[in-house]
Design a protein around this ligand. Structure first.
Ligand code: DO4
Ligand code: MG
Length: 284
């Protein structure tokens, strides 16, 4: 079952049927046994007409699948991220090595909803960063009681030159306007995502593929429940929270994003999130 947040309203997709939800996004998604709740609800809901389907799901109308939730992120959960960061860091290679093996995971605050772009919307690169990459990340939606209710696709945009200069600059490397992509939908399922699910990323420049890669979720060093457990240790999330689970694909060191590049991230069973790279027009 998939939920789409759109400017026209919320869509519940059950098999091939698209239904109109009758609650706000925050109220709808923040509950335990979300899948069972939605299944119990669908009989009473009206379906979208063909014209409505086309209009509501037009990329101009699709919003990020987020309401008032915070977005958090885990770091260095795949070997690819640990290795790339150890190479990029001028001062702190051992930090990444240590955290990859440590019992406690790296978790950091990533974005408020205002800083998140949905499918089809631009994500930004910083003008004071010379080396920028997207980070494709399986993203969890966790209800206020700490249980994983669904999955979406995340792009944890990262300014590698800033993080590489000094690890203490991480918040600046990670948090700025439109620093995160989420979407295109929230896949709601009580069954944990399979380790064999593939995460793919393609970065297109002038219509050509400039970088592509793929990996399975099973390559993650930590479990999803472990990450969620640490996040909820001393934080409450009254409307639930989104947690990006770390990047699994890193373009080669000579690659940096350009304005106009198109980043496509797909995860089996969820869909494809597409964002174009831009500078923030307000800060040009
Ligand atoms: O340690 C810094 C950030 C790591 C990160 O964002 C990742 O591994 O995805
Ligand atoms: Mg990341």
């Amino acid at each position: 079952m998939k939920l789409y947040n759109t400017k026209k309203g919320i869509i519940i997709q059950y098999q091939d049927t698209l239904l109109k939800a009758d609650e706000t996004w925050d109220k709808l998604i923040n509950r335990d046994n979300l899948e069972a709740y939605l299944l119990g609800k669908i009989d009473g809901l009206s379906t979208l007409t063909d014209d409505e389907e086309e209009l509501w799901l037009d990329k101009a109308n699709v919003l990020a699948p987020i309401g008032s939730q915070e977005v958090w992120a885990a770091g260095v959960t795949y070997l690819q991220s640990r290795n790339a960061r150890m190479e990029e860091s001028e001062t702190a290679a051992s930090l990444y090595d240590l955290v990859y093996d440590a019992e406690r995971p790296e978790l950091f605050f990533k974005a408020t909803p205002q800083r998140v772009s949905g499918h089809g919307q631009p994500v930004y690169i910083r003008k004071d960063s010379s080396w920028n990459v997207p980070e494709p990340e399986l993203t969890l939606f966790i209800s206020s009681s700490g249980e994983i209710q669904g999955y979406t696709i995340g792009n944890d945009m990262s300014s590698r030159s800033i993080e590489g200069e000094n690890a203490l600059y991480l918040p600046q490397a990670k948090i700025y306007e439109k620093c995160a992509g989420l979407g295109p939908c929230l896949r709601v399922t009580e069954t944990p995502i399979k380790g064999s699910s593939v995460i793919r990323m393609a970065i297109k420049r002038g219509g050509e593929v400039a970088f592509s890669g793929e990996i399975t979720v099973s390559q993650m060093k930590r479990s999803l429940t472990e990450l969620a457990g640490y996040l909820f240790r001393e934080c409450d999330f009254p409307n639930g929270v989104f947690l990006m689970t770390g990047t699994c694909l890193v373009p080669p060191p000579d690659f940096t994003l350009n304005e106009g590049d198109v980043v496509e991230i797909s995860i089996d069973g969820i869909g494809t999130l597409i964002n174009t790279i831009a500078f923030n027009p307000k800060h040009k």
